[in-house]
Design a protein around this ligand. Structure first.
Ligand SMILES: Nc1ncnc2c1ncn2[C@@H]1O[C@H](COP(=O)(O)OP(=O)(O)OP(=O)(O)O)[C@@H](O)[C@H]1O
Ligand SMILES: [Mg+2]
Length: 541
């Protein structure tokens, strides 16, 4: 048979098969088609010796990007750069390095313990049903792994673990950390580039080391948390006056552990459901921060008391007050919503998370919120100590020691100044950045602060004295009032007694007169008898 005849024959066979298939599709009942589909696929897999696994980009309801997908993407990155012909490039780490990954419909070979496998990338495209001028396409990307079925055990066990582990490590190395903030129920992010570190944090070295150790132990304790059956999370409560470094410490924590930050603005969260949704969208290796928790919501222990103190409504205005506009817009996140959030009911799903609360007034918070187990570590950030000052001097002025340090140490022991205020004075004030000028400015400020504190203390002492004198005078006046009331009472009692005695006397005289009239004598009550004659003659018995 010559080639021309052969092509004609093959062509006519293909055309006949396609015609038969089209007829089958058109006229055969749907149930029979389904049956046919099912068994043809089974027959195919029976003779086809390879296994295929798909890893889709999104899991669930397009809610979260699959961690396995992004790990595979990273893992295949280095292999694709040497094998694939079409690559995708992305810039990471503050525009400092380029990361390559394979483009759609590319294939890459891999080898593990002598076994050959193949990865392919692809996407399903489905057009959305919406009627629109610009039709929206819904892309679902995936990676497909193909390997011989006799290696099933090895690939499903060791190889996939190896891919995920290595992919995650590459991800951590390349990752550009993000600072997320919530606007309503969505997170928005910017690249996180805060320069704070524990080295530059002004704090006593011992306490600082303790916190660093705690963080590092936490970040490497996955197996421990799994063994004791607790969610891999840890709560930190940072408290202290404004400007003592709470926010700075959070940035230092994120830099130390290479974590993202989710800065949660509670007042922008509508209710507990929205809070849960936001939390579910946080990724592992992150710090979830709620700053100034005492101001965020009415979560303080004094909540009930405050309401009681407000007392009954104004008598003159018995109408119930309508809520103000901002009241009605207020967040409905409740204390129990926050407690669930902290307890990790919703965060237990995957990965490590730190939860950090900051407050200026720890005593105002509801004890339930900050009990151990919820907020595992309470860290007080307080006024600047000499040791903290030394760190600042080293950061700002590159000074280890100076003759003015002694005076500063003395003053810091006598007065309170926040690290933020101290740092402000250490900012170079001249072009030459003369350290002496800065230190003298700080000494001046500390001396002034000390004087102010003395004046304030004197003022307070005077106020106290005045108050106690006022209280004493009030007490004395009350005492006098009491004595006067008592004297008046006694005088009244006496007058009453005299009145009664008088009345008694007059009734006795009346009785005597009556007896004399009737009997000619009377008993005067002393066993003596009186009569008219005796009286007239001046006799008496
Ligand atoms: N302990 C510290 N170490 C280094 N710098 C500090 C420290 N405390 C404060 N600062 C400096 O002061 C500034 C303000 O500090 P920060 O915002 O961390 O204070 P804060 O405690 O969060 O205050 P607030 O309670 O008002 O939020 C920072 O920019 C930082 O430079
Ligand atoms: Mg702060």
């Amino acid at each position: 048979m010559n080639p021309a005849d052969m092509f004609t024959q093959v062509g006519s066979v293909i055309a006949s098969v396609m015609f038969a298939w089209a007829m089958f599709k058109q006229y055969c009942p749907y149930s029979v088609q389904e049956y046919f589909d099912k068994y043809s696929k089974r027959a195919f897999t029976f003779v086809y010796p390879y296994i295929q696994i798909s890893f889709n980009e999104f899991t669930g309801d397009r809610f979260m990007r699959s961690e396995a997908y992004s790990a595979i993407e990273n893992y295949l990155g280095s292999r694709s750069s040497t094998q694939a012909k079409r690559l995708k490039a992305d810039v990471v780490k503050n525009s400092q390095s380029v990361v390559l990954s394979m483009d759609d419909y590319e294939e890459v070979d891999d080898e593990f313990q002598g076994v050959k496998l193949r990865w392919a990338s692809g996407k399903h495209i489905s057009k959305s049903q919406s009627v629109s001028f610009y039709p929206v396409t819904d892309e679902k990307k995936y990676y497909k792994l193909t390997f011989h079925k006799r290696h099933r055990q090895l690939i499903l066990g060791d190889y996939l673990n190896h891919v995920l582990k290595e992919g995650n490590e590459i991800k951590v190395r390349n990752r550009q950390r993000k600072l997320y903030t919530n606007s309503g129920s969505y997170w928005r992010h910017v690249v996180f580039q805060h320069p704070a570190s524990f080295e530059t944090l002004a704090m006593e070295a011992e306490r600082k080391q303790e916190i660093v150790d705690d963080l590092v132990i936490f970040s490497t304790a996955e197996d421990f948390y799994a063994r004791i059956g607790r969610a891999w999370k840890r709560g930190y409560l940072l408290f202290g006056p404004p400007g003592t470094g709470k926010s700075t410490m959070i940035a230092a924590m994120a830099n130390l552990l290479n974590y993202d930050i989710y800065d949660l603005e509670l007042t922008a969260v509508k209710d507990n459901t929205e809070l849960r949704k936001l939390l579910m969208e946080t990724t592992s290796r992150s710090i979830i921060v709620i700053e100034d928790i005492d101001c965020s919501l009415d979560l303080t222990g004094q909540r009930k008391k405050k309401k009681e103190e407000e007392g009954p409504r104004d008598e003159k205005d018995p109408k119930p007050k309508l809520p103000k506009e901002e009241d009605s817009k207020q967040s409905q996140v409740t204390l129990s919503g926050i407690l669930n959030f902290v307890d990790g009911l919703w965060s237990a799903c995957r990965g490590e998370r730190l939860i950090v609360f900051t407050t200026n007034f720890v005593e105002k918070l509801d004890p339930a919120l900050i009990r151990k187990g919820r907020m595992d570590k309470h860290i007080e950030l307080s006024y600047c100590s000499f040791e903290a000052f030394q760190v600042l001097a080293k950061n700002y002025l590159r000074l280890e020691s100076h003759r003015l340090f002694a005076r500063i140490q003395e003053l810091l022991g006598e007065t309170k100044m926040t690290p933020a205020e101290v740092a402000e004075h250490l900012m170079p004030k001249t072009i030459t950045g003369d350290a002496k000028v800065c230190l003298e400015s700080l000494i001046g400020a500390l001396e002034k602060a000390k004087e102010d504190a003395i004046l304030k203390a004197e003022e307070e002492a005077k106020e106290k004295e005045k108050e106690s004198a006022r209280l004493k005078a009030e007490e004395e006046a009350k005492e006098k009032e009491k004595e006067k009331a008592k004297a008046e009472e006694e005088a009244k009692e006496k007058a009453k007694a005299e009145e009664e005695a008088k009345e008694k006397d007059s009734s006795a005289a009346e009785n005597a007169k009556k007896q004399v009239k009737e009997n000619g004598f009377c008993d005067n009550g002393n066993g003596e008898l009186n009569n008219k004659e005796n009286k007239q003659e001046g006799f008496s018995h």
